[in-house]
Ligand binder design. Sequence first.
Ligand SMILES: [Zn+2]
Length: 187
Amino acid sequence: MLTCFECGEGTLTPNRVQLEGSRHGETFTVETDGLKCDQCGFETIDSDQSAEFTQLVSDAYRKAHGLLTGEEIHSLRTQLGMTQQRFSEYLGTGVASVKRWEAGQIQDRAMDQLIRLKTDPEAARKNLKTVEQHVPEHIVVSEGEEVTLFFMMGEHSQYVHPHAMTVETFSIVHRSDLTIADGSIAA
Ligand SMILES: [Zn+2]
């Protein structure tokens, strides 16, 4: 039996406890398996319970900031039938990172988005729509030949952003000398 090191009288016994933890300067209260004094009510965790506590605090932070939790990352990965090693290669990162995120380390926002893009069909579809709206596509209009969309404005040919176009104002011409750079058309 562990004597309470707060009051020195009671005994610390296994109990659900509510403890505060902080991440990146923010404090979160989480409920976890811990120890509670039967006299003064002091709550704490032992070293075996600290990993779970750490994970819970990280997940509280991630939920508050719209980031995937460790469990969510784990389930997205296993949904694809990938090992942590394979998943890390798929994302272009190290396997240690995948292990840490699933165990409670907080992924940065850019990586969070990449994980969604590469695991969530809905996120991938949304992204595709955005890309299609902003980047003119190479299309095949005749067999074996790739051409670039080229927009014509009135009498003068002009390179314009697709958003500025209406159906009436553009036509498609074959131009093999056009290339696409950074989402805009350049000669
Ligand atoms: Zn106590």
